[in-house]
Design a protein around this ligand. Sequence first.
Ligand SMILES: [Fe+2]
Ligand SMILES: [Fe+2]
Length: 175
Amino acid sequence: MLPRLPLEDSALDLLRACHTKMRLFTTALERIVESYAKNPADLQIPDAARITARYFREALPKHAEDEDLSITPRLLAVYPELAPGLANGAREHAVVEGELPQLTAALDKLAACERLTVEEFSSFSARVDRVVLLLRTHALTEETTWFTPFGQLPAEDQRAVRLEMAERRARPGAP
Ligand SMILES: [Fe+2]
Ligand SMILES: [Fe+2]
């Protein structure tokens, strides 16, 4: 299967695009909570919830895999001093991953035009706050700590990361 990523983009371009997408969907989560709090019957909620659930279920885990499996080992080979920050980043990926089943379950209910109980909404809203804060801080930390070193890795390393990112997204069922 052909990679579904623009061939002219570098691995760093793709990483930046992944972070832009992450920020869009963290904002989407906040908007869904705000809209539901104002009017649970808001007709825009189901579609927004469906698209957002798909991002968190399918796309975000691939971005974490890009970093943990393709980028981190290559960065550490050249910049071992980045080890503590990269290990912390991997722990944050795991924390977010732990939130995803319940986050996407609530989004699935909203996508199916179902109502959340008061307790479910309260739990969903608190989870959104946690995930949004963590992802925004996480993305900014990555951008300011290892994006520049990553862009200075040997060209063959960057091409290999680019290829692995494309292969990940070409897997059956990939978004
Ligand atoms: Fe990350
Ligand atoms: Fe990232």
